[in-house]
Write a protein that binds this ligand. Structure first.
Ligand SMILES: [Zn+2]
Ligand SMILES: [Zn+2]
Length: 279
């Protein structure tokens, strides 16, 4: 007996297309959607498919994202969506499934435990419970997920409490954006043991951390902060690089550089250098 290959198993897309368009039997449509040679044919079949479990199988496993997407869009059953959110091959497909999930506990679980940060972000975006968002922000090491959680927090003292225990620099810089309350920033300056955090918080209030005694200096009575530390008299400047150049002839220029304090304007000695502009 000769095995006759179905047309949709071959690379003849035109014939396969005719077949899939007229096919009415859901069992056959499922076969085509999961096994057709051409991804276009699989996509068209998925579009016609009703069975949520077969659609889930396609959403999770089809390596061509468009096909997986067609299937994922048609899924509405929450348990199946949860399975896709946790197990789909494509990260985008997982995110799509999270967006359609409604059970709070499932979203919380994904926000806490999914190994892909963008999937955790999608779940955090759907959460509003402040205490859950706090626990996510406290344990989260990924800046995008942390960001998604902290920007939904409304209480400044709660944000300050999270900040005070942070150690990762990029997360500290990011979190300070969400703390405009000066009283809470002072609270951090007074209580943190993290030098980087103290320094960033002082900067935010127009002050600085003394590099010699490690104590804070802040502007007083509306005056700009002095570059001489009020605790130990050490000089602290916030230098930026100055640069000037003068063309001497076709091939050389004189370059002058110096440092200039952004706070008090103090300049360091100028250094000049002759550079060749044309080799
Ligand atoms: Zn000092
Ligand atoms: Zn200065």
């Amino acid at each position: 007996m000769r095995f006759i290959e179905p047309v949709w198993m071959t690379s003849n897309e035109e014939k396969a297309l005719k077949k899939v368009l007229k096919e009415k039997n859901q069992k056959k449509i499922a076969q085509i959607a999961t096994m057709a040679y051409s991804w276009r044919i699989r996509g068209i079949a998925a579009e016609k498919l009703i069975d949520q479990h077969t659609l889930a199988d396609i959403a999770k496993n089809d390596k061509v994202e468009i096909v997986a997407e067609v299937a994922a869009k048609k899924i509405t059953e929450q348990l199946i969506l949860l399975d896709i959110a946790q197990n789909a091959f494509g990260i985008n497909i997982r995110e799509m499934a999270v967006e359609k999930l409604t059970a709070y506990g499932d979203l919380e679980n994904i926000a806490m435990n999914n190994s892909f940060s963008s999937v955790r972000v999608a779940a955090v975006n759907k959460l509003n419970d402040q205490s859950i968002l706090v626990s996510i922000a406290k344990r989260e090491d990924d800046i995008d997920v942390f960001n998604a959680a902290i920007k939904k927090l409304t209480d400044q003292s709660v944000i300050a409490e999270i900040l005070i225990n942070l150690t990762k620099k990029s997360i500290i810089d990011n979190a300070l954006k969400y703390l405009p309350d000066e009283k809470q920033i002072m609270n951090i300056i007074e209580h943190t043991k993290n030098e980087y955090l103290a320094s960033r918080a002082l900067n935010k209030l127009g002050g600085y951390l003394c590099s010699a005694c490690k104590k804070g200096n802040l502007p007083r009575n509306g005056n700009a902060v002095s570059c001489i530390c009020e605790h130990c008299n050490a000089e602290n400047h916030d230098f930026k690089r100055g640069y000037d150049s003068e063309t001497l002839n076709n091939t050389t220029e004189k370059v002058t550089t110096w440092n200039e304090c952004k706070r008090c304007g103090k300049k360091t000695d100028r250094e000049t250098d002759i550079r060749f502009t044309d080799w």
